[in-house]
Design a protein around this ligand. Sequence first.
Ligand SMILES: Nc1ncnc2c1ncn2[C@@H]1O[C@H](COP(=O)(O)OP(=O)(O)OP(=O)(O)O)[C@@H](O)[C@H]1O
Length: 457
Amino acid sequence: MTVTVRFAPSPTGRIHIGNARTALFNWLFAMNNKGRFIQRFDDTDIARSKQEFSDAILYDLHWLGIFPDATEYQSRRFEAYDEVVERLQAAGVLYPCYETPEELDLRRKVRRTRGLPPVYGREALTLSQQQVAEYRSDGRRPHWRFLLPNFSSDPLQPERTEVHWNDLVRGEETVDLASLSDPVLRREDGTYLYTLPSVVDDIEMGVSHVIRGDDHVTNTGVQIALFKALGAEPPVFGHHNLLTTASGEGLSKRSGALSIASLREDGIEPMAVASLAVLVGTSENVAAMHDMPALAERFDPAATSKSAAKFDPDELFVLNRALMHHMPFAEAQDRLIVLGISGDKAEPFWLAVRGNIDRLSDAVAWWRILADGPQPAPEFSDEDRDFLQQAFDLLPEEPWTGTVWKDWTARIREASGRKGKALFMPLRLALTGLASGPELADLLPLLGREGTLARRP
Ligand SMILES: Nc1ncnc2c1ncn2[C@@H]1O[C@H](COP(=O)(O)OP(=O)(O)OP(=O)(O)O)[C@@H](O)[C@H]1O
């Protein structure tokens, strides 16, 4: 059996880091099992779904390193759903209801006061033909509920109230259908809620594993019942924990918080985002993985914790720095060219600065310092100024060898008697204008003798 997974967001906004976790869990699971990944847009809510959001979600997924094998849109598949509705109606497990939301609300209150669970009491099943005719002549149109197989009053089949599955992430799971209302699958206006299109597509698209957030655990109980009502074998399910903001708030596409687009704009590398999105809230150590195959090796759905995990963007910078630190020039080269960093010096420059930047675009500031000198020009005490005059007089003639920094500072030490910070800090400030940064031994050859002397205060 080919492993087939899907990521099924509603295109109602830009995806956030939590959605990315779901997409990546599916992508890595497919990678590890040589499977297929279907990108499926849950755009049945025509009013809120927008093509521009579907396009933006695909863009964000590509940026993260996810390349779907197929892309599907539920809004183009209504005929398939209509057919299944007819089958369920014919089987007597999809029944019409005429209650208004206010009537349902009132019933729930009554049930609560009687100490009954506030679930739908299936009153629609007992309507007389005359009542139905009256509703219809009043202009009411039915919404349709799925008759859950939760006949808890049947002493011979008590197990029918419970749905069990072995969750890829959470292990043995049970949902008791007796505690749920028969779900509405289709609204009065003929539009579909999430439950039915998702099941129909999973069957028709051969989805073998459904991996999604644990906000769907109860849905899974209902959907397994629906798979069975349609005579289909349910897929394997896995529900991972949800991510929250660092202060514990939930995420939503509509709020835009922690969107993949905003992280990209902040200059974070895709593999820093992917590594944290996948490894946070698991028993694995959080570290920046260099590429998707390396992350796939670290990925184990069963290592995921059951409680929500906080996503702290500050951690992204730590991972980003680690990626920068080890990024080979060949990988950075094209992006550096776009930033105006090219020529013979680009490679030694990159190797000199990569250990001192948070994100790739920070290299530009260092390139400018080397090209144009410190801005603004640093200020020195009279004592340091005298020291620097003496030091610059001792700069070796060219051609320079690989030991020029060592040779120069040895001469300065001997002539001035200064050592340690008293020797290095004025030199660093004179050459770069900053109190910290890349090794001066690496920067000096990039400046050359002329460039170095131009920094004499
Ligand atoms: N905070 C989260 N952490 C992890 N996964 C999440 C989170 N929020 C949603 N998901 C998962 O993302 C997938 C797509 O879900 P969906 O499109 O409903 O996103 P949403 O952000 O919950 O929705 P919206 O904000 O549009 O209501 C689902 O599998 C869902 O479980």
